[in-house]
Design a protein around this ligand. Structure first.
Ligand SMILES: NC(=O)c1ccc[n+]([C@@H]2O[C@H](COP(=O)([O-])OP(=O)(O)OC[C@H]3O[C@@H](n4cnc5c(N)ncnc54)[C@H](OP(=O)(O)O)[C@@H]3O)[C@@H](O)[C@H]2O)c1
Length: 334
């Protein structure tokens, strides 16, 4: 079926740092719910409807699934059956860093691992190149990112979860290698504000775009956990959403933030995304989803993304760090 003809009238696009690349203000990530342990038809529905609504950027990594690799395989299948004619309209990213295969070359940041992993990602997605290749773990990998770009297997280099100093270092190394660092992908939400402690300033100074992942704190910044854990929710599955994150303090903050969202006439998910996007350093909010109606709700964030100073100070009183940054170690490790 052809994609919707009005798809480019629905969503704003923002320039990524000083680069010429524009990203949709809301992008879709395939970390959870797109692997072979989830419904293929649901994954396909989310991807095709997202594209119909102007989402041009899909974010993957070698290990997304579950199981690892299967999100790229499914995405490759959907690309070749439904979107093959639209490759030039898509920004597809992948990453390497976390454990992917056994032994010393199956994780971390060696050139050996990164470039082999990129080859395997391209095979799984049946692609000649990705648009953005990220290192999301260590810093001694800039040469490999530059090789990926110079060999044409990636168009842009990005880094993920690096702290402010390592970001500056990485940007300088990449500049020397004549491959600019175009994008940084950190976690950022109302309950996880670590990027405000210097990283966003560095990104603005360096002209690096920023795509904020987990703006809904993996679903905590919605109303779904206010009355227990629904069996279908991410926190009910073994994995990245630890139930220890559902502290009374976090839930009280979520409840208070939900009241503010209601007064603004939007869902809490919408307010959480709008709040992340209000920062001028943020190019795109990288959301996840387990169904198309969730993505549709999230896209509604763009209908009301202005905040009064009074709203911002009410929000600040409840947007306090909730111990959710499970990626903190990789922002410091080298
Ligand atoms: N670079 C890195 O190290 C890194 C790490 C993590 C993530 N990421 C990227 O960021 C992307 C997004 O991460 P995330 O999935 O944690 O993002 P998120 O947007 O914070 O959370 C998505 C989850 O929130 C729930 N949800 C989404 N929209 C909703 C809505 N409108 N109403 C109610 N619930 C809603 C769903 O939970 P249920 O499944 O419970 O329904 C969904 O799976 C990933 O796919 C990946 O691309 C990158």
């Amino acid at each position: 079926m052809d994609p919707a003809s009005n798809r480019y009238q629905l969503l704003p696009y923002a320039r990524c740092g000083f680069s010429g690349l524009k990203l949709p203000r809301i992008s879709l990530g395939l970390w959870q719910n797109f692997g072979s342990s989830s419904s293929f038809e649901n994954a396909r529905d989310m991807i095709l409807k997202s594209f119909d609504h102007g989402i041009t950027h899909f974010d993957l990594a070698n290990n997304y699934g579950p199981p690892p690799g299967s999100a790229e395989e499914n995405f490759g299948r959907i690309l070749s059956t439904d979107l093959a004619a639209y490759r030039d309209e898509l920004i597809i990213s992948t990453k390497a860093g976390y454990l992917m295969w056994p032994g010393p070359y199956g994780e971390w940041g060696s050139r050996k691992y990164l470039l082999a992993s990129l080859e395997r990602s391209l095979e799984r997605m049946k692609l000649d190149y990705v648009d953005i290749f990220y290192s999301h773990r260590v810093q001694e990998t800039m040469g490999a990112l530059a090789t990926a770009v110079q060999s044409g297997k990636a168009l842009y280099a990005g880094i993920s979860s690096y702290g402010p100093e390592r970001t500056r270092e990485a940007a300088a190394i990449l500049r020397d290698l004549k491959v600019p660092c175009v994008i940084h992908q950190p976690s950022y939400s109302l309950l996880n504000r670590w990027v405000e402690g210097g990283l966003l300033d560095v990104l603005e100074q360096e002209g690096i775009g920023c795509i904020a992942f987990s703006p809904l704190a993996q679903g905590l910044l919605t109303t779904k956990y206010l009355n227990g854990i629904p069996p279908s929710a991410r926190a009910a599955q073994e994995g990245s959403f630890r139930t220890s994150m559902l502290t009374p303090k976090n839930l009280a903050n979520v409840r208070a933030l939900n009241d503010i969202a209601q007064k603004r006439g939007q869902s809490l998910a919408q307010m959480a995304i709008a709040w992340v996007l209000k920062n001028p350093a943020i190019t795109s909010a990288l959301v996840g989803a387990s169904s198309w109606p969730q993505i549709q709700d999230s896209l509604g964030a763009l209908q009301n993304n202005a905040f009064t100073p009074a709203e911002l100070s009410q929000i600040d009183a409840h947007a306090s760090d909730g111990g959710l940054n499970i990626w903190a170690a990789s922002s410091q490790s080298g």
